[in-house]
Structures are given as C-alpha cells and as structure tokens.
Design a protein around this ligand. Structure first.
Ligand code: FMN
Length: 464
C-alpha cells in the first residue's frame, strides 16, 4: 500500500522533512518564571521528535516589553539562548528540525506584568473586552508610535538572531490569535489613520515589514509566519478577511517565494473548541496563492482528516496541537493506525511534569479504545491540583467561542496561585541570582508581585 502524502517527504527551507506531521506551537508554561527553559521542557520536545519531523516551539517572548505570562519562555537573554540550546541539541540528536515561534503578546497582557508597569501596547487604544487571565479588566493599551513600531521590529530581529545562536533551524512569527501582529491586521483592533492603519495595505504593513526584517536578518529559508484569518479569539474580527489575508499571502508570494513556509490556523478557535468550520471560512483562497509549503492547523483531532487534507492539497503539512500534547509518539501512532491517548485540558497550562511529559507511549499491550479513557496518572493530576475539569465548549457545543469556554468554568473553581511546583530545578532561582542586574531585579519583582496577587487563574487559562 502506498503511504499517504501526510507521511511523505517535503522540503522546508534547507531541510527535507521525512513526513508532514508537525508539532503545533503550544504554550505550556513549564519554564522558569523568567522564561528560562527547564529540564522537563527539553524532555517534552525530545519525546515529540522524530527523524525528519518538524517541531514548532511554544510562543517565545521577543523582549521584556512583549511579555505576557509567567512561565512562558523568552528568547531575548543569554539564559534563554542557553536554555533553548539544550532543546535544539536534543532535537537534532534525534534527527528532528525545530523552529522557534516568536511572540509579542500585545494588548493581551497587563501593566503589572511589564517593566516599569507600562501599559500593554497595540495598534490602537482599544481594550479586549472582558477580564484578562489575571482577573482584571483588560486595560486600554498604548497605541504604538511609528518609532516604537520600528523598535518592536528590531526586537523581533534580535530574537530571531538569538534563535539562530540557540541552534534553531528557523523562526516562525506568531501572527495569529489576536496578539500584537494579528491585532494590526484586523479592523476590529486597528483604527489607526497613519501608514499602519486603514487600508488592507496599511494594516498588513507591520506583518510584512516583520517578514522583510527577519528575511534580511536570518534568511528567507529560515523564516515563516503564522496567520489565523478566521479566529475570533481576543475580539479579532476583520471586515474583509479573504481580501486581507489574500493580500498578505500575495505579497509574501511575490517578495519571498522562498520563505520556509506559511502556517494558517483553519478553525475559528485554535484548539479550545471543536468548532465546525463554516464553508465561507476556508483557507483555499490563501492555499491557491501560496506556492510553497503550507501548514494547516486546527481541528485535526482525527488523523484520517489530516491524511485527507494532504491528499487534497499536496503542498500541505498538518500541525497537530491537542493530540500531539497527549501522544508523544503521534507520528508512529498515525503510521500504524494505533489508538490515541485523550488529552487532559486541566493540565494544559499547569507547571509540573504531570500532563506534560507523562503521557504514555504506545505499547502493543495497550487495548484498543484507550483513546476514550484518561490515562490513570493523568486523571490523578486533577485531584492533585484540585482544578475542576472545565465544562468546555470543546466537549459540548460545536459553535461555542473561546469566551464561552472561559465562562463555562464552574464558579466554584478556586482561582489558583501558580506557585512553582517543588520539583522546579534549582537552576531556576540560581539563574536569577547570577544575573541580578537592575533589569532582572525589576523583572523578578514585578513577576513576584503578580504571583502573590493570586489572580492568575489556571482553570480559566487560554493562551494560544
Ligand atoms: C494548550 C495550547 C497552547 C497553545 N499555544 C499556542 C502558541 O503558543 N502559539 C500559537 O500560535 N498557537 C497556540 N495554540 C494553538 C495551537 O497551535 C493549534 O493551532 C490549536 O490547538 C488547534 O490545533 P488542534 O485542533 O490540533 O489542537 C495553543 C493551543 C493549545 C490547546
């Protein structure tokens, strides 16, 4: 029997992949509070590495000003580079290829989490509706000036160069899901009247300038970008999505046809609901424009669907989120049609090893049907951390939004402090001491205050 296209080679940048089963970027908050990689993170990526397989890292903060969350990794300091180097070495030792996702949180963070308590930034002074992960209302962000936009682009360039120093094979700009880059693109969050707002060309300018800058800094064949034209997460809405992302795609096709890949999120809610894709929300217009490798993400919880997608669109790869969290050996499970472990949502964003590096690899003794049951050790985690299983849209309403998902968390769920688990490696605190200059002290103080405030609610956490 011939192998499906999903399991066949494709060229990405300077590498020929042996298959198209990609690890999607997945924020897991298992790093030190200042974003330094921990040993368990090395183990997590190693587990998911296959020879000739592509991994995309969790979103990695490009500068202190871009920060948003405790325990998300950074890629702007020497310690970050050293930490990531352990991951890239381990992945390369197994023959894998790994790209670093570059992240600016934009208006989704809070001033108490930023250096000097400055306001979060955005294209325009429009707050996200509702409460942030910290329990406060989202703040009205500071609209970046043109000079500040250029500084931000430089932050991405520095981060991309750091990623190269850390041994990454390439970088992916996080241009999706309502964070800074995406908020420039959408009409709902960008009401500027200068050259970065208004027309499609102007709203696309920041994303395209970022691509240009990274191509110049590290090369087109090491640069990629991720978009989510249909996501409504964090109030994203665009008046003309097909036209807007067609323009972006066309510009990249024309100027940088040798970009490593384009990565599009297909579903509306990016991993927090099994949303039914509306017909008019297709990625086909963008697939038809882009001639290079095209990674599709979102809702491929049944590998058969992924197999079919690649048969239909031969330059496609599929990035898997939730089922790659739960199945470290996903590639072999797909290849052999073995059953899948079920993912465990309450441990998506917690800080221990549980629900992170303890999902079982398939063993022949495993009975068919394991996919319907939580592995014992994963189920136990729920009791250990006393987080109620959220009643999520994923498991209930196909058309629910991410906001619905948040609202449906039972109110009895106590907000949890995210005090680091006891098993965090000692190097975490040591790293901070060793680099105790003013910036780090300030950074640490802010984060310590935030942690003490006990407002960061794990049960309501959605970062994507
Ligand atoms: C726990 C979790 C963390 C995520 N973190 C990120 C992230 O850091 N960057 C990003 O671009 N998308 C992120 N996403 C979205 C995923 O990359 C992916 O697009 C989404 O889960 C849909 O794919 P799936 O249906 O295979 O899970 C996250 C999703 C989940 C569930």
């Amino acid at each position: 029997m011939t192998e499906p296209v999903l399991l066949s080679p494709i060229k990405i940048g300077e590498h020929t992949l042996e298959h198209r089963v990609v690890l999607a970027p997945l924020t897991r908050l298992r790093n030190s509070e200042n974003g330094v990689i921990q040993d368990r993170v090395v183990e997590y990526y190693t587990q998911r590495t296959t020879k000739g397989g592509l991994l995309i890292t969790e979103a990695s903060i490009v500068s202190p000003a871009a920060d948003g969350y405790l325990y998300a990794p950074g890629i702007y300091k020497e310690e970050h580079v050293e930490g990531w180097r352990k991951v890239t070495d381990a992945v390369h030792a197994k023959g894998g290829i790994i790209y670093c996702q570059l992240f600016h949180v934009g208006r989704a963070t809070h001033s108490s989490h930023l250096p000097n308590n400055v306001l979060p930034v955005a294209p325009s002074p429009i707050a996200i509706k509702g409460k942030s992960l910290f329990g406060d209302d989202f703040e009205v962000p500071h609209a970046l000036t043109v000079d500040e936009i250029q500084t931000t682009i430089q932050d991405f360039v520095n981060a991309a160069k750091n990623a190269m120093k850390a041994g990454f094979d390439g970088v992916e700009i996080h241009g999706a899901n309502g964070y800074l880059v995406d908020s420039f693109i959408n009409t709902s969050s960008n009401t500027r009247t200068d050259e970065y707002g208004g027309s499609i060309e102007n709203r696309s300018r920041f994303a395209l300038e970022l691509v240009d800058a990274l191509v110049e800094a590290v090369g087109a064949n090491k640069t990629a970008i991720r978009f989510s034209p249909w996501s409504g997460f964090q109030d994203m809405e665009d008046a003309t999505p097909v036209e807007t992302w067609s323009y972006l795609t066309q510009q990249i096709q024309t100027k940088h046809s040798d970009l490593a890949y384009l990565h599009f999120v297909e579903s509306r809610e990016g991993g927090h609901s099994d949303d039914v894709l509306q017909e008019h929300e297709s990625l086909e217009p963008f697939r038809n424009i882009w001639q290079g490798p095209f990674i599709t993400s979102g809702g491929f919880t049944d590998p058969k669907k992924a197999i079919q997608r690649c048969e239909d669109s031969p330059n496609n790869l599929i990035s898997f989120g939730r089922i790659f969290i739960a199945n470290p050996d996903l590639v072999e499970r797909i290849r052999n049609d073995w059953p899948l472990n079920k993912y465990h949502r309450p441990t998506f964003y917690t800080q221990g090893n549980e629900g992170y590096i303890d999902y079982p690899f398939y063993t022949p003794e495993e009975k068919d049907g394991v996919s319907d049951e939580k592995p014992d050790e994963i189920t136990k985690v729920t009791e250990d951390v006393a987080i109620a299983e959220p009643v999520t849209a994923t498991d209930t309403a196909a058309t629910a939004t991410a906001e619905d998902t948040i609202e449906q968390v039972p109110e009895t769920t106590p907000p949890k402090d995210i005090t680091p688990p006891k098993d965090l490696t000692p190097s975490d605190s040591e790293t901070v001491k060793q680099t105790d200059d003013n910036t780090n002290t300030k950074e640490r103080d802010i984060k310590a205050d935030r942690r003490k405030s006990k407002k960061f609610n794990k049960a309501k956490c959605v970062i994507q």
